[in-house]
Structure formats: C-alpha cells, structure tokens
Design a protein around this ligand. Structure first.
Ligand code: CA
Length: 233
C-alpha cells in the first residue's frame, strides 16, 4: 500500500516542524497548513488520507474546521489539543474527529495514532468489499444480522443493550466514541442518568467480553471522554 498523504494543520511553528520532521523521517507523504482556511482548501484540493488538526487555530475554531470538512468528507481526523482544551476535544470528537493527541506529545505517540488510523482505514476498505454483515476482531465475532456475538467460538449471552453497545463500538472500531455520542445512540438522549447506566452496562459487557476485565483487551476507557474498541491482532 502507498504511504498515505497526511495533512498537518498547526499554527505553532516549532510543533509544525516536529510533526513534519517526524513524518518525513518515517517516509510519510505530508502537506502543511497553518490555519483553518488553508486546511479546508488543502482537504478539498489535495485529497489527503489523514488530517492532523490543531484545535487552537488563529483564524477559526478547529471544531468549525471539522464540521466544514465533515459536510463532504469522511476522511480520518486526528485532533491535537492542549490539556486546557479538554472540552474542545470532546466537542471535536462529537463533531466527527476520529482520535486525539494531547500536547505535549511524543514522536512515538504521534506515530502510534497515525498507525491506528491507517489500520482503521484499511479495515473500513475491506469492510466495504465484504458488505460487512459480520465483524471479526481477535477472538471476537459479531454477527450483526443474526443479532449475536461469539468469543472464541462460544456465544456471548448479552442483553439487548449490551449487544447494541457492542455493535456501536465494533462498527466504529479504532475510533474514540464520546459518552454523549454513545448514550445518544443507545438511548436517544444523553441525560446524566444515562451516563451512569452507560458505566454499568460497559462493566457488564466487559465482564462477558474481556478475559481479564481489569486489563481490557478490546475496549479502552478514555477517562472523562469515552470508549474505543481497538483492533486486536
Ligand atoms: Ca495552536
């Protein structure tokens, strides 16, 4: 597979240089933008495979940039935010970002996020080819049409909400889903009581799904943000 073209949007020159040097030394193709307008123009004209997007841009709100891109494109967006921008990060994920990096980040973290996104891209491509009525990940198998799931060949006895939760996470494998996104999808609204229910259902789902629930393999917790199902080799 060709190395993907990565568009890095960052107004802070030292961080932009760190990103471009990292991408260059790891044989990625890349393009740079230093504000929101340049970013939107580059997405529409260069057709990048992945966007790295700083949320604090001089000309427009990063979340606005995501909403604009999402009006015509599903390409993966990894947001980069400062620790003080926790709310913006959640808003960015709700607006359609796929993943996030918090400043300061290491070169290894940056590369790991890009690799995760590449795996998600190749999974989505193969999913489109196979029509995707069955999902497989490690020892987990979800039969969407049949309404059942298996772990290591054994059927999992899931409640309807646990199954719905598992489907939502697996259909978005590799992507961080916020609490609001999940509760809206499962219950149709995101009241505080649903946030509490989500924690309970996630715990019971993990008990059935994870061989060692204390160190989960399939579903990661992002404290204060949400959950993500990861690809298991
Ligand atoms: Ca910035």
């Amino acid at each position: 597979m060709n190395k993907p073209l990565i568009l890095a949007v960052e107004d802070d020159a030292p961080i932009r240089n760190l990103i471009s040097t990292t991408l260059k030394t790891n044989d990625y193709r890349y393009q740079l933008a230093s504000n929101g307008k340049e970013a939107i123009l580059a997405v529409s004209t260069q057709n990048p495979d992945i966007v790295l997007l700083d949320l604090g841009l001089p000309d427009m709100d990063g979340v606005e940039v995501i909403r604009t891109i999402r009006s015509w494109s599903n390409l993966p967006i990894i947001v980069i935010s400062a620790r003080s921008e926790e709310r913006d990060k959640i808003e960015a994920l709700d607006a359609g970002a796929d993943d996030y990096l918090t400043k300061p980040f290491s070169v290894e973290e940056l590369l790991a996020r890009i690799r995760t996104t590449q795996r998600r891209l190749s999974y989505m491509t193969s999913e489109m080819l196979t029509a995707g009525s069955v999902f497989e990940n490690g020892k987990l198998r979800v039969d969407y049409a049949g309404g059942c799931a298996y772990l290591d060949g054994q059927e999992l006895h899931l409640t309807p909400i646990e199954f719905k939760l598992l489907c939502l996470l697996s259909r978005n494998v590799g992507k961080v889903l916020t609490h609001t996104f999940i509760t809206q999808n499962i219950w149709g609204q995101s009241w505080d009581s649903n946030m509490a229910s989500l924690r309970v259902f996630m715990a019971t789902l993990r008990k059935k799904l994870e061989p060692t629930p204390d160190s989960p393999q399939y579903i990661q917790t992002h404290i204060g943000v949400g959950y993500r199902m990861v690809r298991v080799e």
